[in-house]
Design a protein around this ligand. Structure first.
Ligand code: ATP
Ligand code: MG
Length: 559
């Protein structure tokens, strides 16, 4: 990753790490990004990814990619593959540090037996309903299970028979033995193992006993020698159990010290999108969008097709930072980060999105010539390219009016404008069809006004419009995206599906400059005056790219 990207801003997590390193608690740091492979990654995950991998980069440590695949029913290889792709696309590298929680099942099981032998876990045979009732409430202590005082031998025997498949799902659970009266409900003997006769994508039918997430996760962290286990705020109440469990297991010699420390930060919430897996799945399954990589979805595969840049994501993550309090970030801040990156990196090209013919009546019939357009106005070293010019051009329909409103400096009869990188013209009128629609605009050009030739700048005009030679330009599919939701906080007032914007994509046939024909999939451009576009990586064909607009040049959603 480029050095230039690193403008390190301190935050509470860095302060913790600095203190730990200063105190000699660790000599280097190790973080992890632990997705559950049960869905596609979204913008919220990108925040967590950039945070964890960014810390490892800045402190010269390591960050693991760990698939938290302890749940047998929901996980699929398709998700594993897409997660690997997405994290790589974001620009991060984990070397050999790719792990699967399911590879630790045996260690987790051994830890459970150790807890049983130490009198720190027991098999409970209450029904789920009884367990719920006896757990108590925020104001009332829980009631001990009648099975709480089973001996270690009894527990071990039952636990081994659970593992051997002697009991049906739900017959027993293994619980940590902590404190049924704890004010923190998570410490009232949480379940740590349940029976589930299910096939696991990695371990197959080896197990019919699976660890609970809250039990598995701390052990995974400790096995991998994670130093700082960073998660979102909803796990704050779980931290006492995280610490209890690891401390007991370290005392029992099952896990090494120093132990990982859990640190919580506020998850990313963004206006105009939904970042809940459940809602994203619903949008895809119910076909409100065209699959996980629909450019309107806030998934990372969608973002990539949309033309957003990985660098823009990293910049956004740096900009919003990490805090301990929940906030809602305005989507326009994300877009601004993308614009900054795209402005620097995208070559300029010309596209006419709503074409109207412009006829230059005094341009010699059959003549054509070249004009030179800069590839990037702020980076002259990127050179200029020839853009063909002729007597019939395409211009934007909105660049001509018969009767100009106040302050309109573009084409209207009697007015002069510069055709950007070309000539100054003077408008003489327009043609209409039988319904009164304007079908062509007429003008004369000034042969000595060509941009870049001596004396051309003696022509002073206020308007400057883009154009393409009609015989050289080509028609192509272009998609203009709008927000997927109409309101800043979808679902706040009613079902989030009712907040879907019915006009979130407009597919048009635009006229593009010839140079765009050879655009490779995922190549990004600024179409002058229209925004940043990418050649769609799915629908583009060689010689026939389809373009998606990532973002407009300015934030015009505010209007
Ligand atoms: P699930 O409800 O399935 O657990 P999840 O969004 O938490 O959904 P995970 O795969 O468990 O999905 O998430 C992987 C990591 O990404 C976790 O560490 C989680 O805290 C983090 N993460 C998820 N959503 C956000 C978000 N909106 N902002 C920041 N981090 C997030
Ligand atoms: Mg999760």
């Amino acid at each position: 990753m480029a050095e230039a990207e690193k403008t390190i801003v301190s935050n509470f997590i860095r302060n913790i790490i600095d203190a730990d390193l200063a105190a000699g608690k660790h000599t280097s740091i190790r973080t992890r990004f632990p997705p559950e492979p049960n869905g596609y990654l979204h913008f919220g995950h990108a925040k967590s990814i950039c945070l964890n991998f960014g810390l490892a980069r800045d402190y010269g440590g390591a960050c693991h990619l760990r698939f938290d695949d302890t749940n047998p029913e929901k996980e699929e290889q398709e998700y594993v593959d897409s997660i690997v792709d997405a994290v790589r696309w974001l620009g991060w590298d984990w070397g050999a540090n790719q792990f699967y929680a399911s590879n630790y099942f045996q260690t987790m099981y051994d830890c459970a037996e150790a807890l049983i032998n130490a009198g720190l876990a027991y098999v409970d045979s209450q029904t789920a309903e009884e367990m719920r009732t006896n757990r108590g409430t925020l104001t009332e202590a829980g009631k001990p299970s009648p099975y709480r005082n089973r001996t270690p031998q009894e527990n071990l025997d039952l636990f081994r028979r659970m593992k051997a498949g002697e009991f049906p799902d739900g017959a027993h659970v293994l619980r940590a033995k902590i404190d049924m009266a704890s004010p923190n409900i998570n410490l009232r003997d949480p379940a740590i193992y349940r029976i589930r006769h299910a096939t696991h994508h990695n371990t197959g039918d080896t197990w019919c006993l699976y660890p609970m997430y809250t039990y598995a996760h701390p052990i995974e962290d400790a096995i991998e020698r994670i130093t700082h286990s960073i998660c979102t705020l909803e796990f704050e109440d779980q931290r006492p159990f995280y610490d209890w469990l690891l401390d007991k297991l370290a005392d029992l010699g099952c896990l090494p010290r120093p132990l990982p420390q859990q640190i919580e930060f506020a998850r990313l919430n963004l206006t105009y999108v939904v970042l809940s897996k459940r809602k994203l799945i619903q949008l895809v399954d119910e076909k409100h969008v065209n699959g996980w990589d629909d450019p309107r979805l806030p998934t990372l595969v969608g973002a990539r097709r949309r033309g957003y840049t990985a660098e823009g994501f990293r910049k956004f993550a740096e900009m919003i930072g990490v805090t301990k309090s929940d906030s809602l970030i305005d989507y326009s801040i994300f877009e601004e980060c993308q614009r900054d990156v795209l402005n620097e990196t995208a070559l300029r090209r010309i596209a006419v999105l709503d074409p109207l013919k412009l006829v230059i009546d005094n341009y010699p019939a059959g003549q054509e010539e070249e004009c030179l357009a800069p590839n990037h106005p702020q980076q002259p070293e990127l050179g200029k390219r020839p853009v063909p010019f002729s007597g019939e051009l395409w211009i934007e329909r909105e660049d001509f009016v018969e009767v100009p409103p106040k302050g309109y400096f573009r084409l209207f009869p009697g007015n002069k404008v510069r055709l950007r990188y070309g000539f100054v013209i003077e408008c003489t009128g327009c043609d209409k069809d039988e319904n009164g629609n304007i079908v062509a605009v007429h003008c004369n050009y000034f042969a000595d006004s060509k941009s870049g030739t001596p004396g051309a700048d003696t022509y002073k005009v206020k308007g400057n419009i883009h154009w393409l030679s009609a015989q050289h330009a080509y028609a192509a599919e272009v998609r203009l995206y709008d927000r997927l939701f109409k309101v800043p906080n979808p679902g706040a007032e009613h079902d989030f599906l009712d907040d879907i914007n019915p006009d979130s994509v407009k597919t048009i046939t635009a006229q593009l400059e010839p140079a765009l024909k050879d655009a490779a999939a995922e190549e990004r451009f600024q179409f002058e005056r229209h925004g940043y576009f990418v050649a769609d990586r799915v629908d583009s064909q060689p010689g026939k790219p389809v373009f998606n607009r990532a973002v407009t040049l300015k934030d015009n959603w505010q209007k």
